[in-house]
Design a protein around this ligand. Sequence first.
Ligand code: FES
Length: 581
Amino acid sequence: MTAERDHSAKASRPRSGAWFAAEARAGMIYRSWLRAEGFTPEVFDGRPVIGIANSWSELTPCNVHLRAVADAVKRGVWQAGGFPLEFPTMSLGESLMRPTAMLFRNLMAMEVEELVRANPLDGVVLLSGCDKTTPAMLMAAASVDLPAIMVTGGPMLNGKYRGADVGSGTHVWRFEQELVAGRMSQEECVAAESGMARSCGHCMTMGTASTMACMAEALGMQLPGSAAWPAADSRRYVTAQSAGQRIVELVREDLRPSRIMTRQAFENAIRVNAAIGGSTNAVIHLLAIAGRLGVPLSLDDFDELARPVPTLVNLMPSGRFLMEDFCYAGGLPVVMRELTDFLHNEHVGVTGKTLAETVAGAECWNRDVIASLDDPVQPAGSGTAVLRGNLCPNGAVVKQSAASPHLLKHRGQALVFDSIEDYHQVAGRDDLPVEASTILVVRGAGPKGYPGMPEIGNFVLPRKLLERGVTDMVRISDARMSGTGFGTVVLHVAPESAAGGPLAFVRSGDWIQLDVPARTLTLEVNERELARRRAGWAPPPCSSSRGYARLYSEHVLQADQGADLDFLVGASGADVPRHNH
Ligand code: FES
């Protein structure tokens, strides 16, 4: 792990010179094959070679426009005197991949890391969009530590149905509840879905993709304002071209991710996440990225740093608006300017300027969408809370801004399910022994247990309660929740049940006390009884016998450590120890 790195000397020649600069066979062998693509010889004159890591895929609708974005990046790289080379990476389509895209985040991070290191690149532009593609690329960039800049693909245009805005994900959960309760027909659902995804781009709620785009900007890894430009807006391509220009300068300045993604940057990002009402998934991803850099960051940092910060951004799932509105209101620079008193304003990101300089001119054009500190959307302390207690010794999280205030202090009896499939089998039954005060517990959905820690934590309520008009209940799991989801859901319980955490020992009928203001989650079962249950417990067999899923299950860390693979924590650097020519 490399917490401190030597940046005292600028690279005397580009890294790519080790491939292209040599005369005779040693250089010819690299240059000649690349000239098969029709480049003139000047591209090998020592100019920075810029990789464009593209997660474009027709299996990832959120990223399907990234080839056009890459063209804009290339324009900028050529303009600034660099040599751009686009290459495909693995892509993770959140909506399609099974068992869950999160299972593959670390695989994509590993793949991008290896590709960047193995090739003759001096810097890299990271093109991402859908939820996991952004953290995977940041993790890779952190480990290789070559100059890097991110360009996220931007959100879809606002969804529309019957004259009203509908948010991706958020309205899927709402419409599902209406359908189960018999207040909406299947035909109406089909009509609604056709207006939900009106353009290319990622989910346009403040879900995980929008959150991670904002986190990339708050960390200083993408240009100011980049997170919010809609995918269909011409300014998305302007910002991509600017990023292409800037990466060439970043190589010349030798400004690397390890100098940008510092402890100060993570503190800024955590506070920004509180102000935007961002996804709980940001907790896991930021922990994983910090782990690659050797930046000390703990789960408790998220609670402590976020507590004094009010929610300023009024976006679904916590609020009313969508990313298009956020963009037109001024986007993240407005939020970061508003948070001046909470942020490290001297922090320098990919712009090469301080944060204070970067956001100095930011103006808010709609206070309904981005509130001021004096009149916030929700008061300080309404962001993601970190819970502790005998049910979650290593922590759990709950997104207060998306929860029901009356349930934030709640005592109820547990109804326990060993898997989400077990729950779904009975959720529609009239004889399910459940009341609105019941606490629903689903286990077996953590990183090892599922495997991959799926987004099922905000599972739909039992049908008979939905029919009675119940809209929220306390739900507890070792799973994650979609960033577009909502409800009083306790997530990321660690250790997970498959790793022998106390969640494995809860039984239906046990009393559980949730006290979010006190940050506690308590299973009201005494230690002796818990020890007795633990003695009779055996870990479930590994769910995968081969391949990547087995590697993942054997090496994945718990949620409070970012769910990275244990052998990927830390940096690797850009050096290639051997070559074959
Ligand atoms: Fe890709 Fe939501 S499914 S961002």
